[in-house]
Design a protein around this ligand. Sequence first.
Ligand code: UDP
Length: 328
Amino acid sequence: MAQHVLVTGGAGYIGAHACKVLKAAGFVPVTFDNISTGWEEAVKFGPLVRGDLMNRPEIDAALALYKPVAVMHFAALSLVGESMKDPATYWRVNVNGALNLLEATVAAGIRNFVFSSTCATYGDQDGVLLDEGTPQRPINAYGGSKLAIEEMVRNFGPAHGLNSVIFRYFNVAGADPEAEVGEQHTPETHLIPLMLDAVAGKRPALTVFGTDYDTRDGTCVRDYVHVMDLVDAHVLGLKWLLKGGESRVFCLGTGNGFSVREVIEASRTVTNRDVPVVFGDRRAGDAVTLVSGSEAAIRDLGWNPARSTLRDMIGDAWRWAQAEPFQR
Ligand code: UDP
């Protein structure tokens, strides 16, 4: 019988793509989601449990029903700017939700846990290439809440025999090339979908947040990873745990940093259309540069982030934007 995997946040952007590749790898992805920011239509690859991580009995019931071999924890509030305006909600939802999930996981006898963390746990490190050994000093509540969850996951290892793979994502972008699922947030805050909305005339312009950063062109630098490459790493991490691999942390980035202006330039080439742009102030909580300096996932998991070129990420996001996006 196929092995089940509980995917919290399986109706969200990254979780839905993870469900697609889990199914393709022979697993049954069971989405656990409260559909607060995700989309019911995105749950196409396995069953949906509508539940809330703040409600422990709902988690217990899902684990008892499906008896998953592992939990993949994507569900979270994940917007840097919002986390600076309402830190309490970020700490409460992200940390309490993860704690409930961890307690339910070990109570159900599940020993394998894959967690979505973030390069936002590093904070601003002045151009340093970030790897698994870089000290974590978050500068926003989103990154702080994710770091707290990392610590909890690590503590549950020796205490409860929970084996974990923690992935620290850099900037996730792109969409399923088959456009079954894609990136859609309400409100949208991410660079590439906002830019493509401006290209398509759905918004008047893209606002570039800050042009006076100490970077090659004054705009922030990020390391963009294709969502399909990112979720491939999750399947590799899951297989690593199921084969008895030790608990690990892996950065998921390519080592290539692109500025906001460079992303805009690449979009012009890919879409063959102009990007209407206005230049605005810095956004609170933004680090100047976040670029991965790690090859551990490539070396130890056999990860191959071959689709993580700006051309493929923007091209797939553009195709998705022109398909049928989900409706509220
Ligand atoms: N950004 C921007 N305009 C926007 C949205 C984002 O200039 O409308 C910039 C943002 O300041 C950051 C980069 O694009 O430097 C990526 O931001 P995003 O919100 O996509 O991801 P984050 O880095 O916050 O996870």
